[in-house]
Design a protein around this ligand. Structure first.
Ligand code: ZN
Length: 140
C-alpha cells in the first residue's frame, strides 16, 4: 500500500462544544464541519491542519465505542485513533495487510465521516494504536 499522509487524528472528547472552544480559542483553528455518523454513534467536528485533519469525536449514546473509550479512560477523552490516507484504495490495502497477518476490524471499506471510505485495523496488530485507513472517493 502507499500512504500519502496522515489524513486525520481522531480524538475522543466527553463534551464536543467545550473541545471545539479549546481548538478555536486557544489553538486558533476553525471548525469547518460537524457531522453525526449514525453508524459509529458519534458526532464529529473537523479542523484542517495542513494536510491533516483533527477529528473530534463525541458519543451520541452510551453504546458508542467512544463512550466506552472515555469510560475506560476515567471519564476523560484522549487520542483515539490515527488515520492514514492510502492512494491505491482501502480495499487493496485491507487485502494486503490481511495477507501479512494483521487483524482487522473492518473486512471491507465502509462509509465514514467527511465522505471518506474507511476501514479500521485492530490495535492488537498495530502496536496498540487504533489505525484507520481511508481514501477520498472524490479525489480519484
Ligand atoms: Zn477517523
Amino acid at each position: 500500500m502507499k500512504i500519502s499522509h496522515i489524513e486525520h487524528i481522531g480524538i475522543a472528547v466527553p463534551n464536543l462544544e467545550e473541545a471545539i472552544k479549546y481548538y478555536e480559542t486557544v489553538l486558533g483553528l476553525k471548525c469547518y464541519k460537524q457531522e453525526v455518523v449514525e453508524d459509529q454513534k458519534v458526532t464529529t467536528a473537523f479542523f484542517q491542519v495542513g494536510d491533516t485533519k483533527i477529528e473530534l469525536l463525541e458519543a451520541t449514546c452510551p453504546e458508542s465505542t467512544i463512550a466506552k473509550f472515555i469510560e475506560k479512560n476515567g471519564g476523560r477523552g484522549g487520542m483515539h485513533h490515527m488515520a492514514f490516507a492510502v492512494e491505491d484504495g482501502v480495499a487493496n490495502a485491507l487485502e494486503e495487510v490481511q495477507e501479512k497477518g494483521v487483524k482487522v476490524i473492518d473486512k471491507a471499506p465502509r462509509g465514514g465521516a467527511d465522505g471518506l471510505q474507511i476501514a479500521f485495523l485492530h490495535p492488537k496488530s498495530t502496536e496498540a494504536v487504533l489505525t484507520e485507513l481511508c481514501e477520498d472517493p472524490r479525489k480519484k
